[in-house]
Design a protein around this ligand. Structure first.
Ligand code: ZN
Ligand code: MN
Length: 467
């Protein structure tokens, strides 16, 4: 019998702040344990101070995910004993989080409900395989201790691994537009709760990346199905996902929430938001992807499909906005969604990492706009730019890719120019040589100076003789 999978996700998102959640330590340090202080080392007597920016970011997320904002919220201590948490408790939110009862809409239109969104600190990083003492020791890096996280908890509305990936992709997209999270720079970790209808629930913890989440869920559903098919019982447990073998293994039997002994953290004041502050978060929200797609259609006359493709990659849509100031927007949109996307996808590259100059791409698109190069050669030039950092315009010059106008094209242009300038044509017929110079001038302009003026004059004379 097919059993329906029931999936809920708890997504931990690192907020893109300069300093940690409860102290002034930098969130961006390379040397292990170099960005620490008494607060994030959990020293007795140290006092946490809440990072205002992190609160603002959490509120933006809650608003964008359609949550009800709690105008008063506070922090709690979640007790557990482990070397990654020096003070033996994590500061998190339990009873009253930042926001509740929101939703994320999938590409299919299906809504996945969001139960809650809360702020919490990241624990330190444990390094288990540091190559010392034959792995009998683990190292702790407290740089990560106190990094601000937002945990986004969904209701169990997700029906299969594919939907889980769609959900996470939508989340990453929204967070990017909100300016609170940068993919590839900030960390995202997902805990997947998955069960088959009528059976116990299993949590697969600490999965990085949307593809890994999809894989882990696929594996876990198969595993649970076969346990049940063999007459076995699913244990309520916590499992880990191994990215190498793409399988999950048991870590421990699942603890209950009450085991953590949450208590109110009296070191932190209650956060109280006025109506005005909440309204400001709402009105100050950056443009989101669906709004941008709509704008692309309305302001630039781009078709709805292309607009959506452009808008569903944050950095691609930003590049488009730059290019659209300088070349035909439709041309820029087509080049980005067809050629540039294909180059990036083929080699699994991220636009953010490439640091391409809009100016250099503009020069290339201008040539395309004036039909001085073929689309194929424009793509070649773009590939050289992405992979070898050769400026497109240099590549085209070096490879001799500029189109030479052949006489047939020149002839077509002459036909059109003569048709549009009947007055000058009849002046010429009545002997005005100036009218010929005028016509040659227009043709030269229309060919962007690529034709030879003497040849053009001869061709016009031939053409008018023939009539
Ligand atoms: Zn610190
Ligand atoms: Mn958490």
């Amino acid at each position: 019998m097919e059993r329906k999978p029931i999936i809920g996700l708890e997504t931990h998102v690192q907020l893109d702040t300069v300093s940690k959640l409860f102290c002034a330590c930098s969130t961006n340090a390379a040397e292990p344990n170099s960005s620490t202080c008494p607060v994030c080392l959990g020293m007795p007597g140290s006092k946490p101070v809440l990072n205002r920016k992190a609160v603002e970011f959490a509120l933006r997320i809650a608003v964008a995910l359609n949550c009800i904002i709690n105008s008063q919220f506070f922090f709690s201590r979640k007790t557990y004993f482990y070397p990654d948490m020096a003070k033996n408790y994590q500061i998190t939110q339990y009873e009253v989080p930042v926001g509740v009862n929101g939703f994320v809409q999938l590409k299919s239109g299906k809504k996945i409900r969001i139960r809650r969104i809360h702020l919490e600190e990241d624990p330190a990083a444990l390094v288990h395989d540091a190559g010392i003492s034959a792995s009998r020791h683990s190292l702790v890096d407290y740089n990560r201790s106190g990094i601000p996280l937002v945990e986004i908890v969904s209701e169990p509305d997700i029906g299969n691994p594919n939907e889980a990936r769609d959900f996470l992709d939508q989340l990453v997209l929204i967070l990017g537009y909100l300016g609170v999270f940068r993919l590839g720079v900030n960390a995202m970790k997902v805990d997947c709760n998955v069960s088959l209808q009528g059976h116990e629930r299993v949590e697969v913890k600490n999965i990085t990346g949307t593809r890994a989440a999809e894989k882990a869920l696929g594996y876990e559903i198969k595993r649970q199905s076969s346990v049940i098919a063999d007459g076995g019982k699913i244990a309520r447990e916590t499992r880990g996902f191994d990215e190498q073998t793409l399988s999950t293994k048991s870590l421990r039997l699942k603890e209950q929430e009450e085991d953590y002994g949450y208590i109110f953290d009296a070191d932190l004041a209650m956060v109280e938001l006025s109506e005005k502050e909440i309204a400001e978060i709402k009105t100050g929200l950056p443009e989101l992807h669906w709004q941008r797609a709509k704008r692309f259609v309305e302001e630039y006359g781009i078709d709805a499909y292309t607009a959506e493709v452009l808008a569903s990659a944050f950095s691609l849509s930003n590049l488009f906005l730059e290019l659209a100031k300088r070349v035909q927007p439709k041309l820029a949109a087509a080049f980005l969604t067809r050629e540039v996307s294909a180059i990036l996808n083929r080699d699994n590259l991220f636009l953010e990492e490439l640091k391409l100059e809009p100016e250099a791409i503009t020069e290339l698109l201008k040539l395309l706009e004036q039909q001085k190069i073929t689309e194929k050669n424009a793509k070649e030039a773009m590939i050289a730019y992405v992979h070898k950092k050769i400026l497109p315009i240099d590549f085209i010059a070096r490879e001799g890719l500029l189109k030479d106008l052949d006489s047939e094209e020149t002839y077509k242009i002459i036909e059109r120019v003569l048709g549009e300038n009947q007055g000058a044509v009849s002046d010429y017929r009545q002997g005005a040589q100036k009218a010929m110079n005028f016509l040659v001038g227009i043709v030269m302009r229309e060919t962007s100076g690529k034709a030879d003026p003497k040849t053009v004059q001869r061709m016009i004379e031939e053409r008018l003789k023939g009539e």
